[in-house]
Structures are given as C-alpha cells and as structure tokens.
Design a protein around this ligand. Structure first.
Ligand code: ATP
Length: 396
C-alpha cells in the first residue's frame, strides 16, 4: 500500500524525504497509526538503519530551534511550531530480566525494529526514501487491528518484559475505544505480577501520561482494577475520580498526583509511605496537605477554615472536594471567596491611622477573615472596622 497521497497534507514529511534522498528512513509508531485514524500526530518518530549522526545535517536544514542527542542511539529535534522529531536507529532489544530496561543493539531491518514494539497498531512504518516514498511496512498486521479496533501485543510475555506496556494498553484502549485481543487480555496477569519490579519513576511516568488523556478518570480506575498500583492503597470509586476530573480546570500531566492522592491508603503508615516516595516538593506538599484534611472534622465556616487550613495547597482542597462530596460546595465557595478576600486597605494607611509593628499584620489578617465570612465587602467597611479597633484600643 502506498500512502504518498495521504502524506501530501503534511509538507514537512515530503520535504524531509527530499532532503534524505536515497537514505533509508521511516516514520513509525504514532504517526502512521494516527494517519489512518484521520488525526495528525504532533510528534514524528523517524527510524533509520545507519548511525543517526549521518542524518543530523539534512534534518537541520528543516530549521529546528533545538536539537540534542539522547540515550539509545537517538536524537531529538524541536521545531518552531512545537513539533518534535525523534530520530532513532532501528534496534533490537533483549530483556535480561522482567521489568528492567532492555539491552539494545542495532537491528538489520525495519521489520525487526517493528516487531520489538508494544502493540501492532504502533508497529507500522511508512518509508521516506525518495524512490518508494509513502510505502507502508506493516509486518505485524497493525492496519487490520486498527480497522477492527483491537489492541494486540506482538508476543507472549510482552508485559513481563515491560509492564509499563499495560498502562499504555489502557491508554490506547480508552483513547480509541478499542478492545484487547485475547493474548493481550492474558498479558495483564503478567503485568499484575511484575509491575512491582518497576521503579516508582517509571510508573509515575505512565500515570502522568494517563493523566493527560481525555478519559483519565477511567484510566486510573482501570489501572487499579488491573493490579497496576503495586502498593497498599484504597480503591476510589470511578465516580470519585470523575468528580475530581470535573473539578480540575484543564487536563494536564501534572494532575497525576491529585488522582494519586485518592489512592493513598487509609490507616497508619500512610505518612511514612508518602515520605518514602521520590517526589518533587510541591507534589509531596499536595499529598500531605490532603492527608492533613482527609479525616479532619471540618467546620463549614470559611473564616475558621482559613485560620486552620489556609496554607493548604488549593489542589489538595479540590481532591478533598472529590473525596468528601458533602464538603464540595463549601470548598468551592471558600476558594471563590478566597480570591476576593485580599484586604484593600494598605499597610501605609494603617500606619497613618496609628498602628505599628505586629499589629498591622494582625489587623490585615482579621480583615481577610471577615471578608471570607462576608462580614466585610468594601474598602469603606474595612476603614470602619479599623476605626472600631482603634476606638477599642483607646477605650472609646
Ligand atoms: P502517543 O500518542 O501516546 O504519544 P506514541 O505512539 O507516539 O503514542 P510514544 O510513547 O511516543 O507513543 O512511543 C513511540 C513508539 O515507540 C510507539 O508507537 C511504540 O511503537 C514504541 N514504544 C513506546 N513505548 C514502548 C514500550 N514500552 N515497548 C515497546 N514499544 C514502545
């Protein structure tokens, strides 16, 4: 099958092909898959059969804003429109043990490189070589699976070699509304068994990618149901995960930690668990803030709540709203009020009115609480409140 006609809509690839001339190069993975699905893949994975360094000069003629070599015989180019081109040498992989990174060596053919991939729908290549530009290479039957709506691994033991593929399978099945073939379905049992051998950062990376998906609540739910949370954890209902999704303004990878919070185990040991995780500071804070609120008795007064929990990360409050639906309206209202609760009177005005030192901060804090409670709404009301404090001090 030749796809040259379909590639016309993407002049970038045609130009790349012209620059590469008679060199053997293929666009693989997500790009061909998305082309058949009628979508334009933002990123381009190119596989070549020689040293990638030989390809750097022609690709640089396309005007990347940045380029660097990375691990496993690969190079990355970033283009002004945000497109990323990954250049890699065809390779074969050997997994010495389950769930470890593979030993890699150059492959002799594009077919060999395609057979080492995760699923048939991701194992198609399109030739960029000038003489057969657009030719589809599909040794594993990826196009048929794509047409049938099927996620299919390419060999038995695929999820033992690399259990991250199980998270990937869920992502694709939800994104495209595809089902798993029977072998892939069995592979999930292997993933369940070997996932605990993955390092936390590798699992985090998969949860991040899941968090960028449209159906991310379902992604987290299915990942848990298939045993891909290899720590002691609670099992949030799908509704809880969907509620959290609805509370977050936009979909982004960073939100993974908020979904993760809903899986934190109940009972003793949870703090130790959170402290043991290799996380960035703000991520750890979001989890700890949420834990600080999770089982607390909450007084539904925005002023009181602010005094106790005003320093909690806003994200932690959103997780709480999903976790305890009875608090949802109160929390959303508190967050709205908080936006408008900054005192309008300045410290300078307070000094002019006779306040000094610590007292200034105290007054401003009181004003904030009163604004949160709706007892002060305007600057005028702030002034009369300050005046009343002065009167109180002078015993008037
Ligand atoms: P997405 O749209 O999710 O980004 P993608 O296909 O571009 O999909 P990448 O993670 O960028 O996904 O990977 C590029 C290609 O590399 C995949 O299409 C697949 O062929 C291969 N691949 C990625 N991860 C694995 C893995 N864990 N095991 C085997 N092959 C993989």
């Amino acid at each position: 099958m030749n796809l040259a006609d379909r590639l016309k809509n993407d002049p970038f690839l045609k130009r790349l092909s012209d620059l590469l001339g008679e060199r053997e190069a293929y666009v693989v993975g997500g790009y061909p898959r998305d082309l058949f699905l009628g979508k334009r893949s933002p990123d381009i994975d190119i596989v070549v059969l020689e040293d990638v360094r030989k390809f750097v000069e022609p690709i640089r003629e396309l005007g990347p804003v940045d380029f660097r070599f990375s691990e496993f015989m690969t190079a990355k180019f970033l283009f002004p429109d945000g497109r990323v081109l990954d250049l890699a040498r065809a390779r074969r992989e050997r997994y010495p043990r389950p769930a470890v990174l593979p030993e890699v060596e150059p492959a002799e053919s594009i077919e060999e490189d395609l057979w080492r991939r995760d699923f048939s729908i991701n194992a198609m290549a399109i030739s960029l070589k000038r003489t057969n530009f657009g030719e589809l290479i599909d040794p594993t039957g990826g196009l048929e699976d794509l047409q049938r709506g099927r996620i299919r691994v390419l060999k038995e033991g695929s999820f033992r070699d690399d259990p991250t593929r199980a998270y990937r399978a869920i992502r694709y099945s939800l994104r495209f509304n595809f089902s798993y073939d029977s072998l892939t379905e069995c592979e999930f049992d292997l993933a369940r068994k070997y996932v605990r051998l993955l390092s936390f950062p590798r699992i985090e990376n998969e949860l991040r990618r899941g968090s960028a998906e449209e159906r991310r609540a379902e992604f987290f739910h299915e990942a848990e149901a298939r045993g891909l949370f290899p720590w002691e954890h609670r099992k949030p209902a799908l509704k809880e995960l969907k509620d959290l999704d609805g509370l977050l303004a936009e979909r982004k990878e960073e939100d993974w930690i908020l979904f993760f919070a809903l899986f934190l185990p109940e009972g003793p040991g949870v703090l130790e668990f959170v402290h043991s995780l290799p996380l960035e500071k703000p991520e750890k804070k979001a989890l700890l803030d949420f834990l600080g609120l999770r089982d607390e008795e909450i007084e539904m007064d925005p002023g009181e709540f602010h005094l106790k929990h005003g320093k909690s990360a806003e994200e932690a409050l959103l997780v709480l709203a999903a976790f305890r639906p009875a608090l949802r309206d109160f929390i959303l209202d508190y967050l709205e009020r908080k936006k408008k609760a900054t005192p309008q009177i300045s410290a300078r005005e307070l000094i002019e009115m006779g306040f000094t030192g610590r007292k200034i901060g105290e007054i401003l804090k009181k004003i904030k609480i009163l604004r949160l409670q709706g007892k002060i709404r305007t600057k005028e009301e702030e002034r009369s409140f300050v005046q009343s404090q002065l009167d109180e001090r002078s015993g008037r």
